[in-house]
Write a protein that binds this ligand. Structure first.
Ligand code: BV8
Length: 254
């Protein structure tokens, strides 16, 4: 494992960069990660709250789980790592290419000012109809409400509304995934921040970038299972490590 002392990265202003984030970038904002001790999945079996089967079996439980996450996300804000990623996007805007691929559904990247965001696992603050025959099944609407008294019904068809989240066993949006893969295929630098690298197909993105010869860089609290695909590894807390790694871009220098 190629761990290095944290130091500013040289990123040319015309570089093509993909940043991939996971729950670790939001940890210091106060959002629980999934698999660290005390994480979200410890309180809930994944099958019960993050699969369609679990939703069908107990939609009220699933909506209590996601309502609690909406409340948690409302109560916190972006941290210096989120803001550093925004600065990188602005630095590359004139001559480079930037794509943020996030597994996070908490909306903190967007609140920090990120614009070119691919949300591969959906959005906590969007709701859509669970009835595939309903036009609202493919037209998620912005929804910040919580539903403590039971699952909401679709105003269009009367069916169940669901969070616009990609659950286990469900495919990613094909257009979103195609755009993510294209960006990775074309990138010079693939910077991954705060993910355990265990959830597929996103877990395979580091290998894709590595095998295509990109500069693969990891900023994480600890080494994830796919650490072997990162040419540079910087361990530590995202809000410390990421602003340092991106310091030159933040200052607008190559
Ligand atoms: C699909 C929704 C096919 C819920 C989520 C191949 C092999 C094995 C299994 C599979 C495979 N292909 C598919 C699967 C099945 C499954 C899967 O990957 N299972 C795994 C667990 C074995 N994948 C799927 O089901 C996917 N769908 O493949 O469909 C298909 C095709 C056609 C037709 C039908 C089906 C769907 C996957 C999406 C699942 N949904 N979320 C919700 O969010 O409410 S996944 C869930 O995990 C979250 O989205 C989260 O983003 C994601 C990844 O977790 P991380 O973000 O990495 O968070 P984690 O806690 O794990 O790690 C945190 C990291 O941060 C740690 O490394 C930690 O050290 C670090 N950290 C902590 N603090 C800090 C920090 N770093 C820096 N600073 C800090 N302060």
């Amino acid at each position: 494992m190629n761990t290095r002392p944290v130091a500013p990265l040289d990123i040319p202003p015309d570089a093509s960069v993909v940043v991939l984030t996971g729950a670790g970038i939001s940890a210091e904002s106060g959002i629980a990660t999934f698999r660290d001790s005390g994480g979200l999945w410890e309180q809930h079996p994944v099958e019960a709250v993050a699969t369609h089967e679990g939703f069908v079996a107990d939609p009220a439980l699933v909506w209590r789980f996601y309502s609690a996450r909406r409340q948690a996300a409302h109560g916190v804000g972006p941290n210096p790592a989120h803001h550093a990623v925004v600065a990188l996007e602005r630095y590359l805007e004139p001559r480079g290419h930037f794509t943020l691929v996030t597994q996070n559904v908490d909306g903190l990247h967007e609140r920090a000012g990120s614009r070119r965001v691919l949300r591969v696992h959906g959005s906590l603050f969007h709701t859509r109809c669970d009835n595939d025959a309903c036009p609202r099944a493919t037209a998620p609407v912005r929804d910040e409400a919580t539903y403590p008294d039971g699952p909401p019904s679709c105003p269009e068809c009367g069916g169940l509304l669901r969070p616009d989240i990609v659950w286990f066993g469900e495919p990613l949006d094909p257009l979103v995934e195609t755009r993510a893969r294209h960006a990775i295929t074309d990138c010079d630098l693939f910077l991954t921040i705060g993910t355990s690298g265990v959830v597929w197909p996103v877990a395979g993105y580091a290998r894709l970038a590595y095998e295509l010869g990109a500069r693969t860089v990891l900023a994480n609290l600890e080494a994830p299972v796919n650490v072997g695909y990162f040419r540079e590894v910087y361990l530590g807390r995202a809000s410390d490590v990421v602003p340092t790694l991106l310091a030159k871009a933040i200052q607008g220098v190559g």
